[in-house]
Design a protein around this ligand. Structure first.
Ligand SMILES: C[S@@+](CC[C@H](N)C(=O)[O-])C[C@H]1O[C@@H](n2cnc3c(N)ncnc32)[C@H](O)[C@@H]1O
Length: 252
């Protein structure tokens, strides 16, 4: 007889466990699944290319994000954006569940002479300890849409714990109508799987991140194969800013 629930973390773990064994893509238990995903580096997976996201480059070039601060790249995979951010003067922490992804990212960073601190593990478990804020930028390209609905609570708690006052969240995720599952939140629990990731509408993103100020929310632009940037138009590219801090400061 299990009476284990005492706090919110217990509830979140119980909800994790409602998913079918092979459906996990977001806890430490999913590391092996992602390792297999990254095992063949020659597979034609769009984000295996060694290019930064077009929106990230643009936001830096337009001055919407100031270069040179501290950044956390969440679910960094083989580290293409982490390396780019290091080259733009950021001090970079990058985290991923998959040891295979981190090994690949470290190899690429070594070859490029990029200084990035890579961490293997669950970002939500490491936030506030190994991944110590404050970060001026939390960057996430393609991790958020692999989280089940209840883990948005962990995601917002991570932002609360590590994002600097006035800092930015830069997020790309599946766009409803173009990519990802459009099931209602409750149906993911009924079906006990995430169907390859969750689609989001702009309204849903605005509601989830309503504690932050929207700076820009647009579709990522498709980039041709010979472009130096990565771009797929089935993704949203969203930039949000955290409130600047104590009363008296200008509003976020
Ligand atoms: C679609 S891939 C994107 C990789 C990379 N950001 C890119 O765009 O090249 C999503 C990544 O999120 C990672 N991930 C998922 N849940 C995570 C968690 N709780 N902590 C750390 N990484 C996680 C996975 O291991 C996977 O590498």
């Amino acid at each position: 007889m299990d009476r284990g629930i005492r706090d919110v973390d217990d509830v979140l773990r119980l909800l994790d466990d409602l998913f079918a064994a092979g459906a996990d893509r977001w806890t430490d238990g999913a590391a092996g699944w992602w390792d297999a995903f990254y095992a063949d580096r020659a597979r034609p997976v769009p984000f295996f290319v060694d290019k930064p996201d077009e929106n990230l480059v643009e936001w830096l070039d337009r001055g919407l994000i100031a270069p040179g601060g501290r950044v956390l790249d969440l679910g960094c995979g083989p580290g293409r954006n982490a390396r780019y951010l290091a080259a733009r003067g950021f001090t970079v922490d990058a985290v991923d569940l998959s040891a295979a992804a981190i090994a690949w990212a470290e190899e690429r960073a070594r070859e490029a002479g990029a200084a990035v601190r890579f961490h293997r593990g669950d970002a939500f478990a490491l936030a506030g300890t190994v991944l110590r804020g404050p970060y001026d930028l939390v960057h996430d390209s393609g991790c958020f849409h692999h989280l089940p609905p209840h883990r948005r609570i962990s995601y917002l708690a991570l932002l609360d714990a590590v994002l600097a006052p006035g800092g930015h969240l830069a997020l790309t995720c599946f766009a409803a109508g173009a990519m990802g599952s459009e099931l209602d939140d409750a149906d993911f629990y009924r079906e006990s799987r995430l169907h390859g990731g969750l689609a989001y509408t702009p309204e849903a993103l605005r509601r989830i991140f309503s504690g932050l100020t929207e700076v820009e929310l647009r579709r990522m632009r498709d980039e041709p194969a010979d472009s130096a940037r990565f771009g797929e138009d089935f993704l949203w590219a969203a930039l949000f800013r955290a409130p600047r801090g104590p009363a008296g400061d200008p509003p976020g």
